[in-house]
Ligand binder design. Structure first.
Ligand code: SAH
Length: 396
């Protein structure tokens, strides 16, 4: 096995069990490890620190599989890690309200750096985001069928981050029966169509499950504006919660067409729902110019800052939409606002929203802090795993 020797003093993160080794921390490589090959990481004195996967093209040069020198990285290792991760989600499929969809594997936070597996009813969608997982991809796909009662595994390895690892983009059926590209799921008692081949990420934003349920509770009798609606996750929950009207905005007309199919699938009425294809930045401005107002506004934008280097530029985008939304709220109205940018920490996000309120000239209070649902856990040694943050803000 090849060995990676760190520079003196660069072992601190690994001693805290953080699972990444950056290229800049490495003094030398003994051997000639291939893409995704298992390597041992040593401190500058040659003491064992961790065993992980080598990624020669990535800034994150090694992702750790284990901190135990006795762990062999083989089929048994993946069987054990996947088994634990999958078992931890069982209650979700059994408890009320029933779910037929959940994230089964959340990468680093489940001890499997670079692997995401989402379950949509009988279908598993796996996303391979690192060289190490790429090397074990066939084994992992086999195990996923064995360890669940799913009928098939589909691969959505088309995330841009694969390019940073030097990996080609790949999408398609990988194990089990071939099946339709649209799958029906149940989340909190609502049915949704999920397009596993062309939908965003693996097809659905499972991380918002509990926040959607919260919006359902807040929406009764309210006039609701759902910005960045995608397939209608928040909008339909608001409708199910008895909202008086819903306006849902997305730049993708395909997404909104799917959202309306989802509405029909649940037998929810069409009369008070307006699907509006457009750019949220422009739509909010035009609503301001028309003096429109709402009781409840949801802002769930895409990732403006994937890494901290884009944080400042992203902050302007977040501030802009939050400022405009706060101005559209009636007194006593609620803003449910999110950021899923890994590069924007929760405290910074709160400051952006505070700045937005200041510039909007409104007094507002935080009623609740929201986060990703618990099938997207955050390992304590991997704070980067906490990417989704949200606030419920009341205009007073
Ligand atoms: N709220 C959704 C997830 C939102 S994902 C849910 O609960 O499932 C972000 C969405 O924003 C995508 O559907 C994307 O098409 C849309 N989008 C991205 N930029 C946009 C823009 N400037 N204006 C409107 N929609 C945008």
């Amino acid at each position: 096995m090849s060995n990676i020797f760190l520079k003196p003093g660069r072992e601190k993160a690994l001693l805290r069990r953080h699972p990444w080794v950056f290229s800049g921390a490495i003094a030398r490589v003994k051997g000639n490890p291939g893409v995704g090959e298992t390597v041992d990481v040593m401190d500058s004195d040659g003491g064992f620190l961790a065993r992980g996967a080598y990624s020669p093209q990535s800034q994150i040069r090694v992702r750790v599989w284990s901190f135990d020198p006795g762990t062999h990285i083989d089929e048994g290792f993946f069987r054990q890690r996947l088994g634990t991760s999958i078992a931890n989600r069982y209650p979700l499929f059994i408890d009320a309200p029933p779910q037929t969809a959940a994230r089964l594997v959340h990468a680093e936070s489940d001890g499997l750096p670079g692997l995401v597996v989402d379950r949509y009813a009988d279908t598993l969608v796996m996303q391979v985001l690192s060289a190490g997982v790429e090397r074990w991809r066939e084994t992992i796909a086999d195990l996923l069928l064995v360890l669940t009662n799913a009928r098939r595994v589909y691969e959505r390895s088309d995330a841009e981050v694969r390019k940073l690892e030097g990996l080609p983009l790949r999408v398609g059926h990988i194990r089990g029966e071939a099946g339709p590209e649209r799958v029906q799921i149940e989340e909190n008692g609502l049915e949704f169509w999920v397009d596993i081949s062309k939908g965003h990420k693996t097809g659905f934003y499972l991380d918002q499950r509990l926040n959607r349920a919260r919006v359902r509770e807040l929406a009764a009798g309210q006039e609701v504006l759902d910005c960045f609606s995608y397939s209608g996750g928040f909008a339909l929950n608001a409708l199910a919660g008895g909202a008086a009207s819903i306006t849902a905005v997305d730049s993708s007309s395909d997404a909104l067409a799917l959202a309306d199919e989802n509405r029909a699938l649940n037998g929810l009425p069409a009369d008070h729902v307006h699907w509006l294809t457009g750019d949220v930045f422009q739509v909010l401005r035009s609503f301001r110019d028309q003096a429109r107002d709402f009781d409840l506004i949801i802002l769930d934008p895409p990732k403006f800052a994937p890494t901290s280097s884009q944080a400042q530029k992203a902050a302007r985008g977040y501030k802009d939409i939050n400022l405009l939304a706060l101005k559209l709220l009636r007194p006593g109205g609620l803003l449910v606002t999110f950021s899923c940018s890994g590069g924007i920490l929760a405290e910074f996000f709160q400051k952006i929203v505070a700045d937005a309120a200041l510039d909007a000239g409104v007094d507002a209070q935080i009623l609740e802090h929201l986060e990703q649902s618990p099938d997207h856990p955050v390992a304590l040694n991997f704070p980067e795993g906490a990417y989704l943050k949200g606030l419920v803000v009341k205009v007073v």
